[in-house]
Design a protein around this ligand. Structure first.
Ligand code: MG
Length: 270
């Protein structure tokens, strides 16, 4: 099941966008849903999103980030070659930081290059969406709390990351968390090719098989200190090949079987 959020154009040729809705993407149609799909859970534990109304041609809607998280947990240095390229060791347990929900944007929305940074990097990543409220999840139970998978770009102001020591600002600018184009609820994330391209040039080309800490281990680790809520996101770290982007560039993150998300970079104030 591919889950999207979207805006629909009202009226014929009108310029009014109706409010954002969740939907189920099947072939070239979007079936509108009554609410966030992870809220429709059967007694069996299966998700059964409630379709309301007629399907809408996907070509007539604008896709938004398929995520309204209460929090976004991220893993730093979860690929050995990426840790090494920035002169860092692989941490002895998962290293966690947050991005704020205000940093989320969707497909084709612009990443704003802050005037107070001189180095902004792309970081293509696999993202996990949580489906159930949970705490202290055991590794062997982690699969039961996952709703699905999507693509993320952990955009980073690298100079401010070094300057601040703490990463809240460097990772947390508005627009620094492109998510999408959809959440796939039946996806198998094992050994998937992950690429990041800038203006069509391949910058990162790796596989999720090279993660140091598994998704199950990460969920166990973060749920030891934070209650995870339905819709929360976990970004699982970026492989090697990170590098700078400039205003005017177009970033693409592709993960085999999950599609791709494209985002242009624009200068702040433009
Ligand atoms: Mg990252």
């Amino acid at each position: 099941m591919r889950i999207v959020r979207f805006w629909e154009m009202a009226g014929k040729g009108g310029d009014t966008w109706l409010s954002a809705r969740w939907g189920m993407f099947v072939d070239s149609l979007i079936y509108p849903l009554a609410q966030a799909p992870y809220l429709d859970v059967l007694d069996s534990g299966a998700y059964a999103p409630t379709v309301i109304g007629a399907p809408i041609p996907a070509s007539t809607v604008k896709l938004l980030a398929p995520a309204v998280p209460s929090k976004i947990l991220c893993v730093g240095r979860n690929y050995a070659e990426h840790a090494a390229e920035l002169g860092n060791e692989v941490p002895t347990e998962p290293m966690i930081f947050y991005k704020p929900p205000s940093s989320v944007i969707g497909p084709d929305q612009a990443v704003v290059y802050p005037a107070i940074s001189e180095r902004v990097d792309h970081e293509g990543e696999l993202a996990v969406m949580i489906g159930r409220r949970c705490r202290n999840v055991r590794e062997e139970d982690a699969a039961s709390v996952i709703f699905g998978y999507t693509i993320a770009n952990d955009v980073t102001a690298r100079d401010l990351q070094k300057k601040d020591g703490q990463w809240a600002r460097a990772k947390g600018f508005d627009t620094f968390c492109p998510i999408g184009p959809w959440v796939d609820t039946s996806y198998d994330p094992a050994d998937r090719r992950l690429r990041c391209l800038v203006n069509g040039d391949v910058r990162q080309d790796s596989t999720t098989a090279l993660m140091v800490y598994s998704i199950a281990r990460i969920i166990a680790h973060v749920s030891r200190f934070a209650t995870l809520d339905p819709g929360d996101l976990i970004l699982t770290g970026t492989p090697s090949g990170i590098g700078p982007v400039l205003p005017g560039d177009i970033m693409a993150v592709e993960i085999d079987g999950l599609g791709a998300i494209h985002n242009p970079v624009i200068r702040e104030g433009s």
